[in-house]
Design a protein around this ligand. Structure first.
Ligand SMILES: N[C@@H](CCC(=O)N[C@@H](CSS)C(=O)NCC(=O)O)C(=O)O
Length: 295
């Protein structure tokens, strides 16, 4: 971990430390960003140039018997989540990244967890999943992804499926639009939702490749995420501004894209003009085979 942090720019290093040491605690944590340009339709409420002094809520759910960790991968700004039952030690990892496999496996080993399932919220375009390699390193680990993703996995998920670990479980809600195979994973007591790229904090996943469809995404978010309790914590697959967590209540009130009408939303999404992810041409083919393409 230290060697990774030492190779990066000072602002990134500070962000990594802030996320490692301050996230997942009660109250709020100070995080730092590197002044990225905001995408069209993304709120300027979080000014990246002034974000060094901003504080972001990082409260976690208080579900009894749940261990929860949010981990960050710097290059793709991806969040990986680890959830475990504190009694049985059975665990699930969400959206693990190839570059951070050693960190994640070391952490799992240190905490004495039995990792049952590695689940991807969708076939990622910007980074390669570590799921396939993790399966090679952890006997009995199963991979899971939506049946609509087109990707190979041990478990193909569909609406209403439950991923259990000890007394805890995640329920699958299909939330297509960024890709056909996007799912949101909701903790059993509906206190947390892992939204992948469907809903980001004050943003959402782009809809300009991999079967993306703005109208479908709008309907997914409104029907499958905004119908969760207002207090439900939102944990996305990415954040580019140092934000760590939001809630259904906040996003349904303040999300600059998804509070618009369907027509306005489609207009915003069709005019984002974002450069394509740098690693898309290697990530997608690799993620279609659990990240082990030509490995
Ligand atoms: N610069 C990054 C890619 C950034 C990006 O396109 N992010 C995606 C999610 S990963 S496919 C996205 O949906 N962004 C939404 C937005 O509004 O920014 C790279 O080169 O990898």
């Amino acid at each position: 971990m230290y060697s990774v942090i030492n190779r990066v720019r000072p602002a990134h290093r500070a962000l990594a430390f802030a996320l490692r040491f301050n996230a997942n605690t009660e109250g709020s944590s100070c995080v730092v960003t590197d002044g990225r340009r905001l995408s069209p339709g993304v709120s300027a409420d979080v000014d990246p140039l002034r974000a060094t002094s901003r504080r972001f809520c990082s409260r976690t759910a208080l579900t009894q018997g749940l261990l929860f960790r949010q981990m960050f991968e710097l290059e793709s700004s991806t969040y990986t989540y680890l959830l475990a039952d504190t009694q049985t030690k059975e665990a699930v990892i969400i959206d693990p990244v190839l570059e951070t496999i050693d960190r994640d496996l070391k952490f799992i080993q240190q905490l004495g967890l039995k990792l049952k399932v590695a689940v991807n919220t969708h076939c990622h375009a910007d980074h390669i999943t570590s799921t396939g390699l993790m399966k090679k390193r952890l006997v009995g680990l199963k991979s899971a992804i939506s049946k609509f993703s087109g990707a190979s996995a041990d478990i193909h998920l569909s609406e209403g499926d439950k991923i259990t670990f000890g007394k805890q479980y995640l329920t699958v809600r299909e939330t297509p639009g960024h890709t056909d195979g996007c799912v949101t994973l909701v903790l059993g007591d509906q206190s947390m939702a892992f939204t992948g790229d469907a809903l980001l904090i004050r943003g959402c996943g782009r809809t300009d490749f991999q079967q993306g469809c703005a109208k479908t995404l709008y309907q997914s978010v409104h029907q499958k995420i905004f119908t969760l309790p207002d207090e439900c914590l939102i944990y996305p697959a990415h954040d580019y501004l140092g934000q760590t967590v939001s809630t259904v209540g906040e996003e349904s009130k303040f999300n600059p894209r998804l509070t618009k009408s369907l027509e306005e939303f489609v207009g915003i999404m069709n005019n984002l003009n974002l450069p394509k992810p740098k690693k898309i041409d290697i990530s997608v083919p690799a993620n279609l085979v659990c990240g082990v393409h030509e490995v």
